[in-house]
Design a protein around this ligand. Structure first.
Ligand code: MRU
Length: 338
């Protein structure tokens, strides 16, 4: 698998793998400023909750190293995408050292960005180990969006669980939701599984419920962009629908996420801001226009799955079971809002 990021010390530049070109081209965008990193996030050259947090941290570090205004860098990056809380979590970490003297601030910020990246990789390995035991020896799994190496600092969250299960010798077959409208499943998850030699089949999102009815499916396994303190989970649009199907068919529905995806300020899913994206994402398919501009479109990029539909949430610190308020407190040590 190509790395999602490369930091070039000699050039003080962050190279971001351009995910818009995967699976057909592996090419990196060279960023030397927070503005360039912000535009890579907005254009979705880099996407996935932990990955945009890591990219943003480097964006701030690049401006700090160049002696530019760090508060401005944080402001610009803060406004790039609203739903994944890892972005704000990473920027808050960078802000906590913004008051250091200018002569040491740049290096300290680069060190912090590198730590956020390295920690994420370590955390994903722990999520994988904690989650792989939930899968049977022969497992058929449905995934949604991309939760792999591309979406994180490496290895992945939900895809990390699959990788860990395969590494443990389990026979895993993955059904990959294509994930309309941007096809993160068909383009990115399939690319990762293909690269790793893991068995997979791409399906349309609308086929998942029929697949659960007609074949034995052992689990639905997804990532998260934000987890509220009651265990409600915001993730890529289509996740809620998969949870409804899983409940109807008696299939376990697992979420895998690092503790940085939990929002201590957010009591329930109702408080999670849902990004709405351009109608063009539905109206066009590559160069092709599917329907006229005056047809109205609704394009929420995420949805919220209520906690009662989630069988377990897999974190680096352990597996959370319902009731989530209590397990978030006991396993993660977070104080749940009253
Ligand atoms: O719009 P995207 O592609 O950034 O959405 C990504 C997702 O919804 C992922 O499932 C989520 O960020 C978890 S990635 C480990």
């Amino acid at each position: 698998m190509p790395d999602s990021f490369r930091f070039l010390r000699e050039e003080t530049a962050l190279e971001i793998l351009d995910q818009r070109l995967i699976p057909f081209q592996v090419s990196y965008l060279k960023c030397t400023s927070a503005d360039q990193v912000a535009s890579a996030i907005v254009s979705m050259a880099v996407r996935g909750a932990p990955a945009i947090g890591i990219a943003a941290a480097f964006g701030v570090a690049l401006d700090a190293l160049a002696g530019r205004d760090v508060e401005r860098a944080i402001r610009i990056l803060w406004a790039t995408r609203p739903t994944a809380v890892n972005l704000f979590w990473a920027l808050d970490r960078m802000r906590s050292i913004a008051g250091l003297p200018p002569d040491i601030r740049g290096d300290a910020m680069l060190k912090e960005a590198l730590s956020i990246w390295e920690e994420d990789l370590r955390i994903n390995k722990a999520i994988g180990a904690n989650g792989s035991v939930l899968l049977p020896e022969r497992a058929k799994v449905i995934t949604h969006c991309n939760t792999g190496s591309l979406a994180t600092g490496g290895y992945g969250t939900a895809l990390g669980v699959i990788r860990a299960a395969v590494e443990a010798g389990k026979d895993v077959e993955v059904f990959v939701d294509e994930t309309r409208p941007r096809f993160q499943g068909a383009r990115l998850t399939a690319f990762e599984l293909f690269s790793d030699g893991i068995k997979f089949t791409v399906i349309c999102d609308s086929m998942a419920h029929w697949l659960m009815r007609t074949r034995r499916i052992d689990a639905v396994l997804v990532g998260a962009d934000r987890v509220a303190m009651n265990g409600d989970v915001a993730n890529k649009i289509g996740t809620y629908s998969l949870a409804v199907g899983a409940k109807h068919h008696g299939v376990p529905f697992y979420v895998a996420a690092p503790s940085s995806t939990f929002d201590l300020q957010c009591p329930s899913g109702e408080a999670i801001p849902i990004e709405e994206r351009s109608p063009e994402e539905l109206r066009t398919l590559g160069a092709e226009t599917l329907f006229p501009e005056d047809y109205p479109v609704w394009n929420p990029s995420f949805d919220v799955t209520p906690n009662e539909m989630i069988s377990a949430i897999i974190t680096e610190k352990g597996v959370l079971h319902p009731p989530y308020g209590a397990s978030i407190r006991s396993v993660l040590g977070f104080e749940v809002l009253k």
